[in-house]
Design a protein around this ligand. Structure first.
Ligand code: NCD
Length: 389
């Protein structure tokens, strides 16, 4: 936990002072107060405390709890797709839409701010779209594209690296092959940390751009049937998007994969089942296509397989062609986080339902919105931050 800006601390003090009326009430009605707080009078006698003193301590406790809930005292990071509430996500996507419609208006917003991109795993879109986003906001970028050129190759820990980067930059985006590495970094960081993909676990910024694309294409994030196809076991973009969309109403999932690449059990047992979200698991892409609003294709994640033979056996499990796409509704959208290998043939690219290049473009706007929000930078159009961080 980190104390952030003095302004937020002052705000806490203001709320505490404002709670005067409540404190007076508690002080004049100590018996009632103690009862409502569940404190036994014997406890006070034991420590020779005056009831008014206990009331005061309890008010401080409530103000702090309120401030922590509001994010006034905690530095916000984006590690998990659920770190932002549904409302906050909505506001972030609204800001991304405003940037999309008038990018020039945002060109000086992050003047003199620095983004560090710490990539321990290969990336084209995620790293470069983060860098493009910061440059388009008028900020600067620094970082490394590969663990081999950083001190990680000498054995430096993620915790030490982020402590150092906190001295050089205002915000950091980290991709790492180990699940949980960005979370660990955030515990030692003095600057906001963004998870740009951790192993086969999670990829929250991809989720934001997927949601932006779905919302722009379909005009909604609820009442959707979404098919995920391919490597649902190792595809971190799949896990994050399912977790996020599960918060919307009337969502149905169709999970299309070979048996070996089924979605992990925790997604079924901790996300879908407890919320009673309808889902089916199938191996049949063609059979599922006619009912889908969104088809989310994925690459088989070669780098996460334990042996090459399994990869070779499974890599061609699903190939979406223009011919197969003719089975799908005319207004379905085909998404793919990219890179593609062979799971979507080139003849699909010209189909108006292909949304994957649009997704990559939206990635820049959503990351501009995210950087602005985590840095507390105001939207020049509204004069406000998307939400308090
Ligand atoms: C995805 C990733 O890295 O998880 N790509 C991306 O960020 N655009 C998907 C993938 O690599 O297959």
């Amino acid at each position: 936990m980190q104390l952030r800006k003095e302004g937020k601390f002052r705000r806490c003090a203001r709320v505490y002072l404002k709670s005067r009326k409540y404190r007076l009430f508690l002080q004049t009605q100590p018996d009632f107060a103690l009862k409502s707080l569940g404190i036994h009078k014997g406890f006070l006698r034991l420590f020779a405390l005056h009831p008014a003193c206990v009331c005061e301590i309890s008010v401080i406790f409530f103000v702090f709890r309120y401030a922590i809930r509001k994010g006034w005292l905690l530095m916000r990071h984006l590690i998990d797709p659920l770190d932002f509430t549904k409302e906050e996500t909505q506001k972030l996507l609204d800001l991304a839409d405003r940037i999309h419609d008038d990018p020039e208006a945002y060109q000086d917003v992050a003047d003199r701010k620095r983004l560090a991109t710490l990539f321990y795993e290969p990336s084209t879109r995620t790293r470069l779209s983060f860098e493009s986003a910061m440059l388009r906001l008028g900020g600067k970028v620094l970082g490394f594209p590969d663990a081999g050129v950083s001190s990680a190759s000498k054995g430096e820990t993620v915790a030490d690296t982020i402590r150092i980067i906190s001295c050089y930059a205002d915000i950091a985006a980290m991709r790492h092959p180990k699940e949980g590495a960005p979370l660990r970094a955030s515990l030692y960081s003095k600057i906001p940390v963004i998870n740009a993909g951790d192993g086969g676990h999670s990829h929250p910024t991809q989720t934001l751009l997927d949601m932006m694309t779905i919302r722009r294409r379909k005009g909604r994030l609820d009442n959707l049937t979404i098919g995920f196809c391919g490597d649902l076991k190792f595809g971190r973009t799949v896990h994050s998007l399912i977790k996020s969309l599960a918060r919307y109403d009337n969502i149905k999932f169709v999970l299309i994969s070979p048996e070996e690449l089924r979605v992990p059990d925790y997604i079924i047992n901790e996300v879908l089942e407890p919320r009673g979200i309808p889902y089916i698991e199938t191996r049949n892409l063609e059979g599922a296509l006619p009912d889908l609003d969104i088809l989310y294709m994925t690459r088989v994640q070669r780098e996460r397989f334990f042996n090459e033979e399994d990869y070779i056996r499974l890599r061609d499990s699903y190939i979406l062609t223009a011919e197969k796409l003719s089975l799908a509704p005319a207004d379905m959208a085909v998404l793919h986080p990219l890179p593609r290998v062979n799971e979507i043939t080139l003849d699909v690219d010209d189909d108006p339902r292909a949304a994957y290049f649009e997704q990559a473009q939206n990635g820049v706007y959503v990351r501009m919105a995210l950087i602005m929000t985590l840095l507390g930078l105001k939207d020049p159009k509204t004069g406000e931050v998307a939400f308090e961080c």
